[in-house]
Structures are given as structure tokens and as C-alpha cells.
Design a protein around this ligand. Structure first.
Ligand SMILES: [Zn+2]
Length: 91
């Protein structure tokens, strides 16, 4: 195995870890794939950004609630469901 292949291997491994970790942290599938590709292609740039964002998100836990109307999950405490637009804010 050449050094280049090993580097590619490591990049792929880290990219897959970022993908599964992003999914666990409530990123959407497309966002997780974006992180994965970013880390795979430009690990030097995207991995530190990802880890900083991860630390920030960990500090303020995002509450996930499922919408009473469309049953999809949304995060935080919005006035309206981001999926179906129903008023969801509890008063
Ligand atoms: Zn909804």
C-alpha cells in the first residue's frame, strides 16, 4: 500500500465517522453527506469546523419535538412547524 492509499483510507474512515456522528447529532441526511464529502476532500479545513460545531451544539442541547400535525421532528422551539407550517408553539 502506498502512502497515498493509506491517506485515502484514513480520509474515508474519518469521513464515514463524521457522517454517522452527524446523523447522531440530528443533522439531516443531506447535511451529513455534505460534512462527509467536505471532510473527505478537505479534512484539514472541514474536520476542525465540524468538531467546533459539534462542541457548540453539545453545549446547548437541541430539543427535538415531533409535530402534532405531520409527525415530523423539528428542533428548538419554533412558532410554526418547519415541515407543515402549523402553529406548534405551546403557550
Ligand atoms: Zn408539522
Amino acid at each position: 500500500m502506498s502512502a497515498q492509499q493509506i491517506a485515502l483510507f484514513i480520509a474515508a474512515g474519518v469521513a464515514i465517522w463524521v457522517y454517522t456522528d452527524a446523523k447522531k447529532n440530528n443533522y439531516s441526511t443531506s447535511a451529513s453527506i455534505g460534512w462527509m464529502l467536505g471532510v473527505f476532500m478537505l479534512m484539514i479545513i472541514f474536520l476542525p469546523i465540524y468538531l467546533v460545531m459539534k462542541a457548540k451544539r453539545a453545549k446547548r442541547p437541541v430539543m427535538s419535538t415531533s409535530c402534532e400535525f405531520c409527525r415530523k421532528q423539528y428542533f428548538g422551539n419554533p412558532n410554526y412547524c418547519p415541515h407543515c407550517g402549523h402553529l406548534v408553539r405551546k403557550i
